[in-house]
Design a protein around this ligand. Structure first.
Ligand SMILES: [Zn+2]
Length: 261
C-alpha cells in the first residue's frame, strides 16, 4: 500500500460530485443523511462516475491494481471513510480509491477512531452517528503507509508495524493490517513471486543495450506489488542478490514505481 498521488477529475465532474453531496447534506438528521447517501449512490450519474473511475484507475498501482493489496483488479470505488457512517463524505473526491472485492468486502463498514489523545481505539457500530475522533485506519490518500508499515522482504513477506513507532501510530498500523487483511496467505505468496520478478527485471535492464533499457524500466514501474519494490530498495543492503543489481543501477532508486505520473 502506497500514498496515492492525486489525479483529479475535471471541474465539471467535481461540480457534479459537489451537487450530489449537497443533496445528502441537506437531509435533516444522521439516519436521513445515511439513507440519502445510500440511495443516491445506487443511482449515481454514469458520466461523472466514468470520469471518476478513470482518474482513480490512473492513480492505481500497476495496471489498475487494488490500492490495498496491489494484487487484484481494483474495480470497486472504495469509500475510505464508509458512506454509511460518514454520509458527509459519500461524494467527496478525496474519499475515494479503487479496491478489489477481497479487500473491500471484509473491510466494508469497519472503521475506528481514537477516542482520546491516547491510543484507545473505538470500532464504530453500524447504523448510528459515529463518535468523533481521529481515524485509526491508514488513508492512502493522506498517510504514507510506509511510515507506519514494513514489509518483511527478508523472510515472511508479511506486513508488520514499523519498529519504534509510538503507541498511536502502532495502533494505526496494526488496525490497517487487520481490517484490510494485508497478510492473507495468497498475498504473501504473490509478494514473494513479485520480489523474484523485480530482481529478474532489474537484471534484464542491466543486461539490455541502452536503447532498450526503457522497456525494462517501464515493466518495473507498471508492475503490480510496487510496495515490494520499495521495500527491496529500502532493505537492499540485507539482500545480497538484489543489492548487487541495485549497486550497478543506482538510478533505479528514484524510479516512480506504481505511482501515477
Ligand atoms: Zn485488494
Amino acid at each position: 500500500m502506497l500514498l496515492l498521488r492525486d489525479v483529479p477529475p475535471n471541474a465539471k465532474t467535481l461540480g457534479a460530485l459537489d451537487q450530489l453531496q449537497q443533496q445528502v447534506d441537506a437531509e435533516g438528521d444522521f439516519p436521513a443523511r445515511a439513507a440519502r447517501a445510500a440511495s443516491t449512490w445506487k443511482r449515481k450519474p454514469r458520466g461523472a462516475f466514468h470520469e471518476v473511475k478513470a482518474c482513480l484507475r490512473a492513480m492505481c498501482a500497476g495496471v489498475a491494481r487494488c490500492n490495498y493489496c496491489e494484487d487484484s483488479l481494483g474495480d470497486e470505488i472504495e469509500h475510505i471513510w464508509p458512506k454509511s457512517l460518514f454520509p458527509e463524505r459519500a461524494f467527496v473526491w478525496s474519499n475515494y480509491c479503487l479496491a478489489c472485492g477481497p479487500c473491500n468486502g471484509p473491510k466494508s463498514n469497519r472503521f475506528a477512531v481514537f477516542t482520546s489523545s491516547g491510543a484507545g481505539v473505538l470500532e464504530l457500530p453500524a447504523g448510528v452517528a459515529p463518535a468523533k475522533g481521529a481515524p485509526v485506519a491508514l488513508d492512502p490518500r493522506e498517510d504514507d503507509p510506509l511510515e507506519y508499515l514494513v514489509l518483511d522482504v527478508l523472510d515472511t513477506f508479511a506486513f508488520v508495524p514499523r519498529p519504534g513507532l509510538r503507541a498511536r501510530a502502532r495502533a494505526r498500523a496494526t488496525f490497517s493490517i487487520d481490517v484490510l487483511g494485508l497478510n492473507r496467505e495468497d498475498l504473501k505468496k504473490a509478494r514473494r513471486r513479485a520480489a523474484k520478478y523485480f530482481e529478474s527485471l532489474l537484471s534484464s535492464y542491466l543486461a539490455a543495450a541502452s536503447p532498450r533499457k526503457h522497456e525494462w524500466r517501464e515493466l518495473i514501474e507498471t508492475s503490480e506489488h510496487p510496495t515490494v519494490w520499495y521495500e527491496l530498495v529500502r532493505f537492499s543492503q540485507r539482500l545480497p542478490a538484489f543489492g548487487k543489481l541495485l549497486e550497478k543501477a543506482p538510478e533505479a532508486r528514484s524510479w516512480s514505481v506504481g505511482r501515477a505520473a
